[in-house]
Design a protein around this ligand. Structure first.
Ligand code: NAD
Length: 471
């Protein structure tokens, strides 16, 4: 049988892969998009960003309803129908994945469901339910994503042990839950379970939650998490887990008094590893580094000229929006444009409550790299909108070049920080200065004013914080 011949094949249909396929189709190329799922979406839509945000939204509503007692409005204890909650979450996933699937059709992207094996630098085959498809391509974009890291000592066969995928399936609301890993996933999913009624303990191996994030921002979140969680055990490792009766007995090592504790369920969220063990990859010149990431140049081209790699499989940070941006770079490179991947700011958002979000240079990074910076902070206790919604604990922080006031980094902790950070990313990418941020009229009363006022703090002129500039 003759193999189908196309210009671009994209392997993996997450936010990296489907963005690449769609953009290539928009540029007039013939495109095939391959994935094992029925529709495009990848981990983000099926088992990551999207279902977790649906659950976090419900958690926020529950939390606000509880909090409303302080404002003279009582709703009583919530009654939670886990089946209905699960189907709400599934409905969100189905709607979005089907939507992306129909957009693929409209763009005439050939979606092939199945498992691909590379057969050379210009060919692959896909084994699907309907048999095998052979495909010849001019270029291939690998966007195979990442999977949860497994730790051998925690890998016991038990329904009570969960990773982010099974955790998002919401099998039940356990009485007690241990979250291993105080990173993005641990804190987001831990918050969902705690709000639904589980007694959640978090164990983190390093001295602080969210190790890579700015400490001022993490401090704001940690204050609230200390109330939400039964325990946060820092500098602590899990050395052993055993299923015993109706629970998992966990042995800890580190700064924790009770070295053995039993939990109904354990959620392991200790990072993700790139999916670079692609069948047949050895038939190409593609190189994989020591951490398992596919090596690429700034255009995202691998050591094999016909093959590109984007998203989680091509390096940190493992974030959907980084993947979608790389998708554009790779497709433009294939189209012969001079595109390169050189962002000044990749926003990161932890969707807890409060959210924390940052982009560009952090204060700690500046210190580590010996970059002289000036930091301007605006506390949300002086922000009218934050007071009206009873969330004054937030903080907006600018990291600035002292002489010019150029914005190098932005950090925000507070309700809705994830929506606000895009202004920071735009400021950094456009080379904006604190003066620009100060002079842009921000609507009142909104949380976005905190960005303008933190720029005013830099000049010692914040309307709502009296902090004269030191001479
Ligand atoms: P992570 O890297 O954010 O956090 C893992 C945490 O586990 C770290 O704090 C680490 O110190 C800790 N850890 C590692 N081994 C441990 C051990 N044996 N015992 C105790 N703690 C241990 O990883 P994650 O939370 O699994 O998320 C994976 C990736 O997925 C993230 O890096 C991120 O790129 C992505 N993600 C992003 C979002 C978002 O953008 N909101 C949400 C979820 C996941």
């Amino acid at each position: 049988m003759m193999a189908d011949s196309i210009q671009i094949a994209v392997l993996g249909a997450g936010p990296g892969g489907y963005a690449a396929a769609f953009y290539a189709a928009d540029l007039g190329m013939q495109v095939a998009l391959i994935d094992e799922e029925k529709n495009p979406g990848g981990v983000c839509l099926y088992r990551g960003c999207i279902p977790s945000k649906a659950l976090l939204h419900v958690a926020k509503v529950i939390d606000e309803a509880r909090h409303a007692g302080n404002w003279g409005v009582s709703f009583g204890e919530p009654s939670i129908d886990v089946n209905k909650l699960r189907s709400y979450k599934q409905g969100v996933v189905d709607k979005l994945t089907a939507g992306v699937g129909s957009v693929a059709k409209l763009r005439k992207v050939k979606f092939i469901q199945g498992r691909a094996t590379l057969t050379g630098p210009n060919s692959l085959k896909v084994a699907g339910a309907g048999g095998e498809t052979d495909l010849q391509f001019e270029h291939l974009i690998l966007a195979t994503g990442s999977s949860p890291t497994r730790i051998p000592s925690l890998s016991i066969e038990s329904d009570r042990m969960m990773d982010s995928t099974s955790g998002l399936e919401l099998p039940d609301v356990p009485k007690s839950l241990l979250v291993v890993g105080g990173g993005y996933i641990g804190l987001e999913l831990g918050s969902v379970y705690a709000t639904l009624g589980s007694k959640v303990s978090v164990v983190e191996m390093t001295p602080g939650l969210l190790p890579g994030a700015d400490r001022d921002l993490v401090g704001v979140l940690e204050k609230r998490l200390k109330k939400l969680f039964a325990a946060i055990m820092l500098n602590t490792k899990v050395v052993k887990v055993v299923e015993e009766g109706k629970g998992i007995r966990v042995t800890f090592e580190g700064d924790v008094a009770e070295k053995e504790q039993t939990f109904d369920r354990v959620l392991v969220a200790v990072g993700r590893r790139p999916n670079s063990k692609i069948p047949g990859l050895e038939k190409t010149a593609v190189k994989v580094d020591a951490k398992g990431f596919i090596e690429t140049d700034p255009q995202r081209r691998t050591a094999e000229r016909t093959i590109f790699a984007i998203g989680d499989v091509a390096g940190e940070p493992m974030l959907a929006h980084k993947a979608s941006h790389e998708a554009r770079v790779a497709v433009e490179a294939i189209a012969g444009h001079k595109a390169v991947f050189e962002p000044q700011a990749i926003p990161a958002v932890v969707f807890t409550d409060p959210e924390i979000a940052w982009c560009g240079l952090t204060e700690a990074q500046a210190q580590a790299e010996g970059i002289e910076v000036e930091v301007a902070k605006f506390p949300w206790g002086a922000l009218s909108r934050a007071i009206t919604v009873d969330r004054p604990e937030g903080l907006t922080k600018l990291v600035l070049e002292p002489k010019t006031g150029r914005v190098l980094g932005v950090g925000i902790a507070g309700s809705g920080a994830g929506e606000l950070i895009a202004e920071g990313a735009l400021a950094i990418e456009m080379g904006a200065t604190a003066e620009d941020m100060k002079l842009v009229i921000h609507p009142h009363p909104t949380l976005s004013e905190s960005i303008m006022e933190s720029a005013e703090v830099f000049f010692g002129q914040s309307t709502h914080v009296y902090k004269p500039k030191r001479k």
